[in-house]
Design a protein around this ligand. Structure first.
Ligand code: LIP
Length: 268
């Protein structure tokens, strides 16, 4: 597969599979939450993981492997396996785990199919907002069956901007400083708590822009494709391709450069 563009039929098949498995995983997450969660922490005491995260990732990998046994996987909860097909599934079983634990709206399951490190199909299922987003490279993005296409944006001073914060106190202090510079210069800020959902909010016009640093590949892969296929520009602060661990910026193309300048002025 490497080095060749995937055909439309393959992209469509991968997209539908990502969508259907993401929806099934969120159904499992909701059921497990109702039964009572076992909650642990990872990198810091506030970086939560639950039995539902792990069970949903196991379900996702089982479903994908049954239908596409030669694919690789990379999951947030450790589900890493090399494959021979050239397709690697990048999985965040529950993005926004803190919201999930608190039963706070704004978490979702993110699944992307990547070839040569580039997402070619993906889906984000966000049951608390009744939304299933999906996209295929060159095939557009949808919310449910409704095509998504960005409308012309407001000026930056009237833009609704989403962001998020990491788990370490030092990182959050730096992020708060950047936020303090932005807040008086945009319409308002939204901090939902799930990068995949934030990127889909850009795709669906629920926010005008999103930025965040220190993400993981599974936070970014599907949502970035959905935003890009809806017409957004998704990239790094220097305008290059988005890199999960760096500062990711997503917005209408007409806002992107000015937002990056504002973020740079803020010390991002
Ligand atoms: C979350 C990210 C979000 C970030 C949160 C958290 P998780 O991922 O999607 O953008 O702001 O702090 O990292 O850990 O819930 O899967």
């Amino acid at each position: 597969m490497t080095g060749s563009e995937p055909g439309a039929d393959l992209v469509d098949d991968l997209r539908l599979l990502a969508r259907d498995v993401a929806v099934e995983a969120t159904d499992l997450a909701v059921r497990l939450r109702a039964e009572g969660l076992d909650v642990d922490s990872k990198s810091t005491a506030t970086d939560l993981v639950t039995n539902a995260d792990r069970a949903c990732e196991d379900l996702i990998i089982a479903r994908l492997s049954a239908l596409r046994p030669d694919d690789g996987t990379l999951g947030e909860e450790g589900g890493a396996r090399s494959g021979t097909s050239g397709v690697v599934w990048v999985i965040d079983p529950i993005d926004g785990t803190t919201n999930f634990v608190y039963d706070h709206p704004g978490w979702g399951c993110s699944i992307a199919a990547c070839i040569d490190g580039v997402a070619v199909a993906g889906a984000v299922a966000a049951p608390t907002i009744g939304a299933v987003f999906s996209a295929g490279a060159g095939r557009g993005a949808t919310l449910g069956d409704t095509p998504l296409r960005l409308q012309p944006p407001p000026v930056l001073a009237e833009a609704l901007v989403a962001t998020g914060f990491g788990y370490s106190g030092e990182q959050r202090a730096a992020q708060a400083s950047i936020l303090g510079h932005l807040l008086p210069r945009v319409r308002d800020i939204r901090r939902v708590g799930a990068a995949a959902v934030d990127l889909c909010s850009v795709a669906s016009g629920r926010v005008d822009a999103y930025y965040e640093s220190g993400l993981a590949p599974w936070d970014l892969a599907a949502g970035a494709l959905i935003a890009a296929e809806a017409g957004a520009r998704v990239g790094a602060l220097d305008g290059g391709p988005a890199v999960a661990s760096g500062l990711v910026v997503a917005s209408h193309p007409l806002l992107f450069d000015e937002l990056c300048r504002l973020l740079a002025d803020a010390g991002a």
